[in-house]
Design a protein around this ligand. Structure first.
Ligand SMILES: [Zn+2]
Length: 219
């Protein structure tokens, strides 16, 4: 079996969603002085490649530890929506080519190509999923949606008021999960029938958590 990493490396000062806690990682113990190496980690629950639980945007939504782990594992259905201009909407028409593959248990991957801008201000200007497309995804039975960008909703520019989050509301409102900040999605092209796994940290009562996202396929 081949396993391909689809996760952003987590390091101090890495790009996070505007307003989220900065990532700070430093040694808490060091081998020479303390006999062991131990890191101290300060970070938000939506750091790096991570999943959103329904509780992220819904007061009565399920928290991470209340979700079926099957939501974090399944055959990948990749929608190639690369080549879009900044802040372009992704509508159902663009997902139609993979519509027949959408079914319960599948993981829909929105391949925007935007991960190449990670770490720059351009990364905030990613394409986003329309509410109508999010409703069609939910109607197909899919409950796991991944994107190689900050969010399936438009991200406000620095200093701009945060808007509503319709794609989050619809996907999470259906009891689904959203995985954000995926990277290396192009690697899926050379894998036959890849299966995605992106199990979150077992963080109690959480609205989301970092994941190690991988694609697995037989050689
Ligand atoms: Zn998130």
């Amino acid at each position: 079996m081949e396993i391909v990493d689809l996760s952003q490396p987590v390091h101090g000062g890495m790009q996070v969603y505007p307003g989220d806690p900065p990532v700070s990682i430093h040694p808490a113990a060091q081998l020479a002085a303390d006999g062991v190496n131990v890191l101290s980690i300060h970070a938000g629950s939506h750091t790096g490649t991570h999943v959103d639980a329904p509780f992220h945007v819904l007061a009565d939504g399920a928290r991470l530890d209340e979700l079926d782990l099957a939501l974090f594992h399944g055959p990948a259905v990749v929608a190639d929506v690369r080549g879009r201009p900044a802040r372009a909407p992704i509508d159902w028409a663009e997902l139609e080519p993979c519509a027949a593959a959408l079914r319960p248990g599948a993981v829909l991957v929105l391949h925007t190509g935007w991960s190449e801008h990670f770490g720059t201000s351009r990364y905030l200007e990613h394409p986003w999923l329309t509410a109508a497309a999010a409703r069609r995804i939910v109607a197909s039975g899919v409950r796991s949606v991944a994107i190689d960008a900050l969010s399936p909703d438009p991200t406000p520019a620095d200093g701009e008021e945060p808007g509503s989050l319709p794609a989050h509301q619809i996907l999470l409102g259906a009891g689904g999960v959203i995985m954000e900040n995926l990277t290396n999605v192009s690697a899926l092209e050379r894998l036959a029938d890849p299966v995605l796994s992106f199990f979150p940290l077992a963080l109690a009562d959480a609205d989301g958590a970092p994941v190690r996202a991988v694609a697995m396929a037989g050689r």
